[in-house]
Design a protein around this ligand. Structure first.
Ligand SMILES: [Zn+2]
Ligand SMILES: [Zn+2]
Length: 448
């Protein structure tokens, strides 16, 4: 096993930190005082012993990615791991989700979430354990890869569960580890809630989740307030009238409608919403026709709409719809089929008190590796569904990339981020830091 030391602050363990936890445990009598350094030493001792297993698990999950609501093998793998750690595991919560509970006396219930799903896209990292898996998605055979790196989250989730099970002497309460399906479609969190997550297993006092981000490996990014954006999916079918490519006058061209829409919809962003407010419309998929000399009957678009402010969101949704209808009217075509929000997620908003308290622990433990988040990311997360259901939470980021990536960026090479086919985290420093940070967040929450 190779020994990880942070890229940014070599020898961080020597940092003199002494943030005191003082906890009164209702079950075990005398109050216990622990400090961050002691806790981190215990967490790291566990990691030292078990990291090789996490590495193997991570690479195995990476090589066998599964799409939203198809994550049966992945869920079964995690269920087996959690049972071996002594958790009581319930499978098929929210179709393919998993709930693993560890009760250890009176105390708060802390929920820790990982996602299970991968993305319908090709991986181009060239890693020896890169994915070559294909699956069916929307009626098409597509490559599948963990390019959002939920594989890192799963390895860290198991690693954290292992640490917490081994450190039982340091806490009292209930751990509720959940593995959520279909995060990428924005439907999985709600599916678990609708399947009785909080009525069957109890409502947690605090929730935690993390996501790897394109920052240097080992960096921890956190902040109070809004952490991610609102997301609404967009699907449009422009209806035309098919015909010969040489006789467009006898046809209605839906490809032209789609092309015009793709360009014009950007004026909703640039001309209609408050220019100082965040808003994005992206069309990521366009399907139409089969050959060059046939005008097809229809053109199908799929996109995503992102915002922070709800009024901006409403304005953009209305503008997108109006633009689609106007484009069809211009072509003399029938009104298009516009579906907005089949997949949707509200912004994740972190709890101020949890964020401040946990942030202090992060600062004590990781020093210069901790970066306060100054603004929300434009990405979205359906973790917000758990917050909306009444679980005050902290959602934080873990840097995942080799420092050389940032050196290369100075000469113009783009930095690969989540959903890029080239996004390749450094496994060991990323997974270790994720386990350290999540363990610390849970231990802190359980002292409340
Ligand atoms: Zn993603
Ligand atoms: Zn993700």
């Amino acid at each position: 096993m190779s020994a990880y030391r942070s890229n940014l602050t070599p020898g961080w363990k020597k940092i003199a930190f002494r943030t005191m936890f003082v906890c009164t445990l209702s079950m075990s009598g005398p109050a216990m005082a622990l400090d961050t350094a002691d806790m981190m030493a215990q967490v790291d001792a566990q990691l030292e012993q078990h990291y090789a297993h996490l590495d193997a698990l991570y690479k195995e999950i990476h090589q066998h990615p599964e799409l939203a609501f198809q994550e049966t093998a992945t869920a079964a793998k995690l269920a087996k791991e959690m049972r071996a750690l002594g958790f009581e595991v319930t499978e098929r919560v929210g179709k393919t989700g998993l709930v693993a509970v560890l009760r250890h006396g009176d105390g708060p219930t802390v929920m820790v979430r990982t996602e299970l799903d991968a993305l319908p896209m090709e991986e181009k990292t060239g890693l020896p354990y890169a994915s070559h898996v294909h699956a069916m998605w929307n009626g098409r055979d597509v490559p599948v890869a963990h390019t959002c790196r939920h594989d890192v989250h799963m390895a860290a989730w198991i690693g954290t569960a292992q640490v917490m099970a081994a450190m039982k002497a340091q806490w009292r309460g209930t751990l509720m580890f959940i593995a959520q399906p279909a995060e990428e479609t924005g439907l999985g969190a709600q599916a678990m809630i609708d399947d009785g997550l909080f009525t069957r297993f109890g409502k947690p006092d605090i929730g935690c989740a993390l996501h790897v981000v394109p920052a240097p490996a080992g960096v921890v990014i956190y902040g109070a307030g809004m952490a991610t954006s609102n997301m609404d999916s967009l699907e449009i079918i422009f209806r035309g009238r098919g015909g010969h490519g040489a006789a467009p006058d006898a046809a209605i061209d839906p490809v032209l409608e789609a092309g015009r829409f793709i360009v014009d919809v950007q004026s909703v962003v640039s001309r209609e919403k408050d220019p100082a407010a965040f808003g994005v419309v992206t069309i990521g998929a366009l399907q139409a026709g089969s050959v060059g000399n046939i005008i097809p009957d229809q053109a199908e678009l799929r996109g995503t709409i992102r915002s922070y402010d709800l009024a901006v969101r409403e304005k953009m949704l209305a503008g997108v719809k109006r633009t689609a209808n106007a484009v069809a009217d211009m072509a003399g075509a029938a009104r298009p089929e516009v579906v907005i929000g089949r997949e949707a997620a509200k912004a994740v908003v972190n709890d101020g008190a949890i964020s401040a308290r946990t942030g202090q622990l992060f600062q004590s433990a990781f020093g210069k590796d901790v970066v306060p988040a100054t603004k929300p990311t434009s990405a979205s997360e359906d973790y917000s569904a758990f917050i909306a259901a009444g679980v005050p939470s902290l959602f934080f980021g873990i840097g995942a990339l080799d420092l050389t990536v940032f050196v290369d960026a100075k000469s113009g090479k783009p930095i690969p981020s989540n959903h890029s086919p080239y996004f390749a985290p450094l496994p060991e420093p990323t997974i270790r830091r994720a386990v350290e940070a999540m363990s610390l967040a849970i231990l802190g929450a359980l002292q409340q």
